[in-house]
Design a protein around this ligand. Sequence first.
Ligand SMILES: *Cc1c(COP(=O)(O)O)cnc(C)c1O
Length: 417
Amino acid sequence: MSKKHDFKPESLMMSHGYKPELSEGSIKSPIFQTSTFVFKNAKEGKAFFEVAYGLREKESTEEVGLIYSRINNPDLEILETRLKLWDKADDCAVFESGMAAISTALLEFLAPGDVLLYSSPLYGGTDHFINDFLKKIGVHTISFTPNDTQESILKRLKNSGLANKLAMIFIETPANPTNALIDIEMCKSIADMYSSTDKKVHLAVDNTYMGPLWQHPLQHGADLVLYSATKYIGGHSDLIAGACCGNNEVISRIKVLRTFLGNMAAPHTGWLLMRSLETLKIRMEQQARNAEHVANFLNNHEKVEKVYYLGLIPEGTEEYAVYKKQYESPGAMLSFDIKGAEKEAFAFIDALKLIKLAVSLGGTESLVEHPATMTHAGVDPKFREELSITEKLIRISVGVENYNDLIWDIEQALEKV
Ligand SMILES: *Cc1c(COP(=O)(O)O)cnc(C)c1O
């Protein structure tokens, strides 16, 4: 037996980063429901501020002192120490929502006149922030789809006449709701082409749709990985939160902006997320197992035209190569085309008994929704068509229920169509 042993993240989610002796021996971290922290003396207060404001380098044995809950709080610090393990990141910053994490990252790494290259479709809130807010402050945006090749993306950049202003690439893969894949390494090579010694093009990946277990964007060259922790990380559809992981340099920049935007998560949310993290792996494994059963059932049903599920990508295709390189599981999100159109899709959705009709995803309960009229209603209809987001498309976030019950529910609902 070796003396040195690296524990897996799932083994560390219960205790890592928490010192019981600082909290009366309590096995679990209390909720540090406090706005401010008492300094032992004035000298300590001075030292804490010197480090927090970057007035001097932190000494090797020195810990960042607790000052004020907008800057740091034990529930957030312990949570960040655990959350970063899944992506093997240096550091992590948690936020009051996924949108807070995403908007803070975009604001930190973009300035007026810069170009942002992004994959489309993006989460509706992100798309709105980019195309309404960032455009208003003078950021140029160029988009591409999972159907584009590196060649066609580079051509689009060149044709814009602004390629040398590229500052950031932002992608979502697998794309919501059809699970179309984008090659992170391909995006990284575009970022490298336009990076120079005095300008780094940052690559950010919103990893919400797959979750933190089975896709690790930092290991494929991304600089930032973003999460809506509302989804798989929270996992119980009872909170809103977000996170950003990356190396020390990018996260310290993000944390400074977070301090001044004031969009950090609250201590209670941090505490709830620590509780969620203890079961992240077993929840997601059960969800993925269930999704496989559901996908196979749908794939063999006469009223179903096509299933969009990573486990059904044909071997030998380019997409399969990206899938094998980038993912360790097909995950638990799937969608399918029902034979027919909106009428048939709605009849199916309304006939479900166990699976609930709601947007959001990644929770313990299975959810169904109709992207064309719900999550993606704001996307231009022609563009929607190009992305296979048609009236017949139905999205399912698979939960932890017994898969036989899920299949029974889907079967009886399909019968009513
Ligand atoms: C839900 C979601 C977001 C936004 O997160 P909130 O926690 O709702 O702010 C961002 N990206 C993706 C892919 C999402 O699914």
